[in-house]
Design a binder for this molecule. Structure first.
Ligand code: GLU
Length: 323
């Protein structure tokens, strides 16, 4: 072979090789559905996307999508528009099993699997001092924001009101509004109360309560127990005194768990690597938000409402964590 031909052949081979590695290395595009930008799901999903995008084995480009919250996220998994999503464990259960909520009754979201539980979310009931509302019973006849459209919050609000014998028709106004609009309308006194199922210490509540004209209302123990009996994923949690400025007393509040779910069609290997990346980078994850700091291998399956994805199951089994 002539020298020039040999060089051309080698160059060609090298080119082909480079091309095929480039093909193999094309990062997989993945989307995580979160919530609104002023919620806590959004920064948590941001941290997950950075950790996953930086993981060399995973070789993925992960982006965060905003949404109305838990109910909307289950729908985004159903339609395949999201690969991963953060949502409340109660909503995940209703969606997967096709029960309890109109959005899912008889229309189960079967293509959704569990990855891990992230942190507890407390139902914060914020009222204006001017409304004179001291308990959930007093919300009858008032102007109430139930939560963002498509949120889990809206469902929690309806269930909590229901446990106190209050239907939507008993409210003077029942609005569905994004977090920021709800907070603004509370501060302006346009509404009397708003529900937020969100991490303890979340900035949107801290900012609203910082105005001094608002306060938190508790859900009493017996109503909390009635709720937990009827809807199995509620526990009765607490917002300790001084979590927010001017909050003198601890407030009991129904709680659920925020969890990460995945489209079940994603491969075992991909979900395994994603899960491993998060638990190998917990330090980075914990820095995303105070709510993230509670996540460890040992809390990862608390309140898990769905069958685990085989990739997540493999990771937890390997690490000696069983359900
Ligand atoms: N748990 C909320 C919901 O689905 C979303 C909370 C957040 O965005 O931090 O309604």
């Amino acid at each position: 072979m002539k020298r020039s031909a040999a060089i051309a052949l080698i160059a060609g081979l090298a080119g082909a090789l480079a091309f095929s590695t480039a093909l193999a290395a094309a990062p997989r595009r993945l989307t995580i559905a979160s919530g609104s930008v002023d919620g806590v799901y959004y920064p948590i999903a941001g941290a997950l996307s950075r950790i996953a995008s930086d993981d060399r084995d995973l070789n993925a480009r992960v982006t965060v999508a905003t949404s109305g919250g838990s109910v909307a996220n289950a729908q985004l998994i159903r339609s395949g528009e999201a690969d991963f999503a953060l949502l409340q464990n109660d909503i995940a259960y209703y969606a997967f099993n096709g029960v309890t909520l109109d959005a899912f009754a008889g229309k189960p979201v079967k293509n959704m699997a569990g990855v891990f539980s992230v942190y507890p979310e407390l139902v914060h009931i914020v009222v204006t001092r001017a409304s004179g509302v001291k308990s959930v019973h007093d919300l009858k006849g008032k102007r109430v924001v139930l939560g963002p459209p498509g949120s889990g919050t809206e469902q929690n609000a309806l269930q909590i009101l229901g446990a106190h014998g209050i239907g939507e028709a008993d409210l003077r106004v029942a609005a569905r509004l994004p977090w920021a609009a709800a907070a603004d309308q509370l501060k302006a006194g346009v509404v009397d109360a708003a529900f937020f199922t969100i991490a303890r210490g979340s900035p949107i509540i801290a900012d609203a309560l910082g105005s001094g004209s608002l306060m938190l209302v508790r859900v009493g123990r017996s109503a909390g127990e009635t709720l937990a009996r009827k809807y199995p994923f509620y526990t009765l949690g607490e917002i300790p005194a001084n979590t927010y400025k001017g909050q003198e007393r601890a407030v009991t509040a129904p709680a659920v768990m925020a969890m990460l779910v995945v489209r079940s069609r994603l491969s075992e290997e991909l979900v395994y690597r994603f899960t491993r990346a998060v638990f190998e980078n917990l330090f980075q994850f914990h820095a995303a938000h105070a709510a993230a700091r509670g996540l460890t291998l040992h809390t990862a399956l608390v309140g898990m409402a769905l069958p685990l994805h085989p990739g997540a199951e493999r990771f937890f089994k390997e690490n000696g964590i069983a359900r």
